[in-house]
Design a protein around this ligand. Sequence first.
Ligand SMILES: [Zn+2]
Length: 244
Amino acid sequence: MDSNQRYETKSEWVESRLRAAIASGELRPGRVVRIQDWAKRLGVSATPVREALKGLAAAGYIRINAHRGADVARFSSNDYFEYFRLREVLDGLAVELATERTNDVARRRLHDTLESVNRELQEALVGADRPRVRMLEHRFHSAFYEACESLLLASTAEPLWRLNATLDQVVWETIVASNWSHDHIAQHRQILVEFLKGDAKKAAEAARNHKRTDMNVLAEVAARFSRDGRLIVPLSVQGFEENG
Ligand SMILES: [Zn+2]
């Protein structure tokens, strides 16, 4: 991963490796991150690992404790609610600005592209193809981060998509529990309809409503997770795999 990307410093490279391990679930919430182990594994000295951990702590991925050292941040159910509330605000704003800042031609083009993304997403959902669902859902929403032409907004919203594997699991379960294949696809269409019309306020409201719907099912979903991010109530939803 990230092999084509250039890093300014060794600690940035280490940081990207640690972030990938957290996102993939290799480093689960609550796990201690041992500096010496990671230095050895990545073939670097302790210093860049220590620096990387500071960076990750500042971004909320890692908590540094005077006694225990560094461990992977645990998410409480409040954190999950915050996640969806942040998405509500940021996605709403992205859609609003994107609608304001694009002309009719650009809006039509993006609308058509995202219509087909949404159709593919529906197929992926019917097939319970989780990696594909994740990829297409991200593509749909990040298109507005790009189109809104706000570097600040895009750089704030993007990292929310790869906080940790537990969040990914919670989002997936929210998708499944919220009858997504029907409602969620319809909400995407609603965003696209208002976007194409050029109605920034209504498009933004549709985007916010989309996340509020997720939030409504989140309470039930979050209750299935223990504090270390493991499922405590197995799901009976077809197509769901615990470690998928
Ligand atoms: Zn969506």
